[in-house]
Design a protein around this ligand. Structure first.
Ligand SMILES: [Fe+2]
Length: 306
């Protein structure tokens, strides 16, 4: 039938143990260098690498026929694939990302409890405090939502992921970003042009905006240097966001309330002009490190040594 989920990622970092400790604190459940979410199961592996980068992206499909179709499409693009009965893999050579597709069950999340909310002319919660202010435990992320990478050949990378793998384009910002989905989430993969391949950020779903704020504030206790950008709301994708910096220099985002696309006919992909408006609806000023990594010179120097 179709691709239906972003299953897992392997990220490479020069400082594995520090980065592992960070993601355990972030709320993922650690088993060695493998991390799980509440709804998505094992979704993150942290491996040794000279620069911070996305090594592998794993995608769930409904059945083996989907793998056959992807194999044919990649062959038409002249891209070599490795195939066994259970998996298909191919590497996108510009970003260096190995992409693996395998038949997997669809995620069935436990229903999140959000609200009740009060508003003008609407009182869903009378004579009671908001449940959100009574929450005490940090919330564990529900699932990996998306991953964002820089790639030195954004057009070729997009051809691989869209024409080859079968991602759909949800929105684009001309010359700057392509928001791609392999599920009903607005985006699961975002490609940005960059002089060097690198991991920009990973994004993890929590129940609501209260959990975005609560979790981020908890991560900043004693670590103000982790703060990057938030709290805010994106325009493209509509999600609330808060970005933090991990010890390798990549960002990790808590998000909630992203757009979902369940009927391709009813969604009109936008082709937006680059502007702050396309980046966010509201929030603090965007920090320069969101637009260009602070360590770009180091990333370029290290990758040129290869
Ligand atoms: Fe994001």
């Amino acid at each position: 039938m179709a691709l239906h989920r972003l299953a897992s990622i392997t990220i490479g970092v020069p400082n594995v143990e520090d980065t592992c400790r960070y993601y355990a604190e972030f709320g993922l459940t650690r088993d060695g260098a493998t991390f799980s979410t509440r709804d998505g199961g094992e979704q993150l592996v942290i491996a040794e690498s000279r620069t911070r980068r996305l090594i592998e992206l794993s995608i769930g499909a409904d059945d083996p026929d989907d793998l056959d179709r992807v194999t044919d499409r990649l062959a038409r693009l002249g891209i070599a694939t490795r195939r066994d009965p259970a998996t298909l893999s191919a590497t996108e050579r510009h970003s260096g990302v190995r992409t693996v597709i395998k038949p997997l069950p669809r995620i069935s999340p436990v229903l999140g409890v959000v609200g009740p909310h009060n508003g003008p002319g609407r009182s869903e919660r009378e004579n009671n405090r908001a449940p959100a202010v009574l929450r005490e435990e940090p919330s564990r992320p529900r699932k990996l939502g998306h991953v964002v990478i820089g790639t030195p050949s954004a057009e070729a990378s997009q051809r691989f992921f869209v024409d080859g793998i079968g991602f759909k384009i949800s929105d684009q910002v001309r010359g700057h970003a392509a928001f791609l989905r392999c599920s009903s989430d607005h985006h699961n993969l975002l490609l940005q042009p960059s002089p060097v391949a690198f991991l920009h950020h990973t994004s993890w779903q929590v129940d609501d905006v209260d959990d975005v704020g609560r979790n981020a504030m908890r991560m900043l206790e004693g670590h103000p240097e982790r703060h990057v950008w938030g709290l805010g709301r994106h325009f493209i994708g509509s999600n609330f966001f808060w970005y933090l910096r991990d010890p390798a220099g990549s960002f990790s985002e808590y998000y909630s309330d992203m757009d979902t696309i369940t009927d391709d006919e009813r969604w009109t992909p936008g082709n937006w002009e680059p502007s702050l408006r396309s980046l966010y609806a509201w929030g603090p000023d965007v920090p320069p490190s969101m637009l260009e990594p602070d360590d770009l010179a180091d990333l370029m120097a290290t990758s040129n040594q290869n």
